[in-house]
Design a protein around this ligand. Structure first.
Ligand SMILES: NC(=O)c1ccc[n+]([C@@H]2O[C@H](COP(=O)([O-])OP(=O)(O)OC[C@H]3O[C@@H](n4cnc5c(N)ncnc54)[C@H](OP(=O)(O)O)[C@@H]3O)[C@@H](O)[C@H]2O)c1
Length: 161
């Protein structure tokens, strides 16, 4: 049986996920959560996300990077230029399949996702990269934890269908 897909994302109330190639916030608790849930798993990500995460291979992660740039291939980094092939490669690798963005990859995989690990940042922030509208889909909320730091209030949500 095919492994289910999990999307992992932190997004603001206005669905912003990025600005100028970076996260639009610094939320250490969420960064740690992201590292914890992706540890030992297969992570599917776009080229910009890959370039900004040099330690992606640490902790047993198996990256599958979507890019036209074949020069980015490394012994433990699989490269492909489209989402369907990335998902096919991911199916052959160990652990769960965690989709880590960016925008187009989330857009193409949200309809296929069984689970969404969503950190909803309770703010409207400016940005240039967005998560697709997930709210109308028939999710079952299976976990919720509210948290905050000095700058942001945010909720860790697990949504399943
Ligand atoms: N808040 C969060 O949870 C979160 C998560 C992820 C990303 N982000 C933010 O989002 C931004 C990065 O995301 P992004 O969307 O700009 O870039 P990205 O998806 O990381 O990388 C874009 C590149 O990946 C390749 N690519 C992506 N989708 C593709 C597709 N469907 N088919 C073929 N190739 C594809 C192309 O590479 P080539 O040009 O090399 O061909 C494209 O130029 C950053 O600001 C980052 O911090 C935030």
């Amino acid at each position: 049986m095919a492994k289910p897909l999990t999307l992992v994302v932190a997004c603001s109330e206005n669905r912003v996920i990025g600005r100028d190639g970076r996260l639009p916030w610094r939320i250490p608790e969420d960064s740690q959560f992201f590292l914890d849930v992706t540890r030992g798993q297969t992570v599917v990500l776009g080229r910009i996300c890959y370039e900004t995460w040099p330690q992606v291979n640490e902790d047993g992660r198996q990256p599958v990077v979507i890019t036209r740039d074949t020069a980015l291939a490394r012994p433990n980094v699989r490269i492909t230029n489209n989402v369907p092939e990335a998902l096919a490669i991911a199916q052959t690798l160990p652990g769960e399949i965690m989709i880590c963005g960016g925008q187009r990859i989330y857009e193409e995989t949200l309809p296929l996702a069984s689970r969404l690990l969503l950190t909803l940042v309770h703010a409207e922030v400016p940005g240039d990269t967005y998560f697709p509208e997930w709210r109308p889909l028939p999710w079952r909320e299976t976990h919720r934890r509210e948290s905050r730091d000095a700058n942001f209030r945010y909720t860790f949500l697990t949504l399943e269908r």
